[in-house]
Design a protein around this ligand. Structure first.
Ligand SMILES: [Zn+2]
Length: 254
């Protein structure tokens, strides 16, 4: 029986139980199938793949290898710009938006804190997440490899970090999101964009100290929660600066 060879480069080896930067796997080709299925049968989910090379040129996921074929599979190389198309992503996203899986749920609030559109609900199953990603053009963030293998998902990341703060830094780094970030422009609870509100209109809802020291307020149009630039915002900025990220800025980053 004729064999094929698959060579995996870089981070794709994280899914092959190897700490090497390049591994080659030779196995019999038992049936005609897409290279997507062959890659995923070995471990790596397709959203982590940045390029497929065979017969001296780049191929897409539907490529069907012949016996004797040699294929090189390269990972997505950070910083990944989802707004730029390539062979594997012919329809780039118009803007950076996320859908966050339950297994990394705490990351959703952190992304919203920086102003990113991060859809999340604790009751969503794999199917709901995949469909939302496909319908609205969202990047799936997850620790579930099987979810990321769903065909309708185009962009995604299997998060390596365990801690939510480190996961946030991982997302910013992988997708090249350097800021300035539009902090405090999105509701942490429900992801809706905040609207400016007159202090006079919400005076009766404020604590005495907040009433005295703050003058600029915004409100979530969905749940009604009120936000203002308190001392916690300065802590967020300090945290971002500690990691070399620019937290301040008037422009919307997404
Ligand atoms: Zn809200």
């Amino acid at each position: 029986m004729q064999h094929i060879e698959l060579t995996f480069l870089g981070e794709l080896n994280d899914f092959l139980g190897s700490d090497k930067s390049e591994t080659t796997h030779r196995f019999p080709l038992r049936r005609r199938t897409s290279v997507k299925d062959l890659i995923e049968a070995m471990g790596p989910p397709h959203p982590e793949v940045g390029g497929i090379e065979a017969r001296g040129e780049s191929q897409d996921f539907s490529f069907q290898p012949e016996p004797g074929e040699r294929i090189r599979v390269t990972p997505l190389c950070p910083p990944v710009d989802v707004r730029t198309g390539d062979r594997l992503h012919p329809e780039p996203l118009s803007r950076v938006r996320f859908v966050v899986d339950v297994n990394v749920g705490r990351l959703a609030r952190k992304l919203r804190l920086l102003g990113f559109d991060a859809a999340y609900h604790h009751s969503w199953d794999d199917e709901a997440i995949a469909e939302l990603a496909a319908e609205e053009g969202r990047i799936v963030l997850s620790k579930d490899i099987a979810l990321l293998k769903r065909r309708i998902i185009v962009w995604g990341r299997y998060l390596r970090a365990e801690d939510p703060a480190q996961q946030l830094l991982e997302v910013l780094s992988v997708f090249g999101l350097r800021g300035p970030y539009p902090t405090l422009t999105r509701c942490l609870d429900c992801n809706a964009e905040l609207e400016a509100v007159d202090k006079e209109a919400i005076l009766h809802l404020l604590e005495p100290k907040t009433k005295k020291y703050y003058h600029s307020f915004s409100r979530c149009p969905s749940c009604g929660k009120i936000y203002w630039a308190g001392s916690h915002q300065e802590r967020i900025m300090q945290w971002l600066r500690a990691y070399g990220l620019n937290g301040a800025g008037p422009e919307r980053g997404n």
